[in-house]
Write a protein of this length. Structure first.
Length: 396
């Protein structure tokens, strides 16, 4: 089935990680988020892919090209951010007169559930959450969807809209919908009209994740790293110890005395220095350098970043070409054991995680013997002098 994947946004809640990289291209277990979306779609039955691109469109197009896993890929560029229906209307020029699927390129879907969605159209993917008031909540009449209520203070159910749809061909004519109260064209308005004319099936997902904020990037890696099989192509010292599921790509180097507790992923041209300890659910991107006696735990370290010797990084996300000076240590736990909070778009937000470290933008640098408090964000190009203790965001 023809499938539209929305991948045009920057991802402002992911800043500073998205200052130069579109959110769908952030790394998860060795490939971009959106590649996992496309993999699941192809396994579920996608026969053609239309990617809606915008911010840093060339990064998406150069990665996937004209064909991905033998499935043709085409691109349409969304020059205005005017809502999901507007994005799909932009993509409809590349569609045949047939049913179509719409997926978000910054969400992860379990393949079996997505396959059920493809087979059930017209349909909407659903997922149960503890606090549905922060999402679009489905209105149901028995086993049919009748609409979606956005962020209701008194939700009618705990079933939320995952943003995964199967529309009938006739829905293409409905994409010129009226704007919402926010002045945008929303797919939920299209869905409401479709629900008036068709029986729309709610399809429960066994697993789903909207990767919208930095700690959700950690959760995405936890999910996908756990699905990998051990694969060793790089140069691993006989004196290194690899336990559990570990991927070491060609060109990577694991030095003597290293201990890696999987699941973990070491990308091409990355190096892990002598006596370093890499703990579970860690992703090391291409050309990453981990120095002597460094400990990395449950973290995402992006391409070209260096963590100098005698450092500790836990439950953190480090952007590209950043540098941690020797002895830089990250705190990842509050003394009161409450969930760590961080600033997201200027608002102090709970991560929901008892352990969470720091978020570091591209090209940020710390001097030697720096200490970073739990929940701190270092912006792109930040400079932290030697010996500094950073208790809160430098630009807050």
């Amino acid at each position: 089935m023809q499938t539209i994947v929305l991948a045009a946004g920057q991802g402002t809640r992911m800043r500073p990680l998205t200052d130069s990289t579109p959110k769908p291209m952030l790394p998860v277990a060795g490939q971009p988020i959106v590649a996992h979306t496309l993999d699941a779609a192809i396994e579920a039955g996608a026969t053609s892919l239309v990617l809606v691109v915008g911010y840093q469109a060339e990064a998406v197009e150069s990665y996937f090209g004209d064909t991905y896993r033998d499935v043709p890929v085409s691109y349409v560029e969304q020059t205005e951010q005017r809502g999901t229906a507007h994005a799909v209307r932009t993509a409809s020029t590349a569609l045949d007169d047939a049913p179509f699927v719409v997926l978000n390129g910054d969400a992860l879907y379990d393949t079996a559930s997505l396959a059920r969605l493809y087979d059930a159209g017209p349909a909407v993917g659903t997922y149960r959450v503890d606090d549905p008031s922060q999402y679009g909540v489905l209105e149901l009449d028995g086993d049919r969807v009748t609409g979606v209520i956005e962020k209701p203070p008194d939700p009618p159910s705990d079933l939320i809209n995952t943003g995964a749809y199967v529309f009938p061909a006739e829905a293409q004519a409905l994409l010129d919908v009226d704007t919402s109260e926010r002045g945008e064209l929303e797919l939920t308005d299209v869905l409401a009209t479709v629900c008036d004319q068709y029986d729309v099936t709610p399809v429960p997902f066994d697993r789903w994740l909207d990767v919208g904020r930095p700690w959700e990037l950690l959760e995405a890696n936890e999910w996908k790293l756990a699905d990998l099989d051990t694969h060793i192509e790089g140069d691993v010292s006989d004196d290194a110890t690899l336990r559990g599921t570990v991927v070491v790509e060609a060109g990577a180097t694991i030095e003597p005395g290293v201990v890696i507790d999987g699941p973990a992923y070491v990308s091409e041209a990355a190096s892990v220095g002598p006596n370093a300890y890499v703990r579970g659910h860690t992703y090391l991107g291409p050309d990453v350098h981990i120095g002597h006696a460094v400990e990395i735990k449950n973290s995402v370290i992006m391409a070209g970043t260096n963590v100098g010797h005698l450092a500790y990084v836990g439950d953190s996300v480090l952007g590209q070409v950043a540098n941690f000076g020797a002895g830089t240590n990250v705190a990842n736990l509050r003394h009161d054991d409450d969930p760590v909070r961080m600033l997201v778009k200027g608002e102090l937000t709970s991560t929901g995680r008892r352990k969470f470290g720091v978020v570091v933008g591209d090209n940020a640098k710390t001097g030697i013997n720096c200490s970073l408090n739990a929940g701190v964000t270092l912006p792109t190009d930040a400079r932290i002098p030697p010996g500094e203790t950073v208790m809160r965001d430098p630009d807050a």
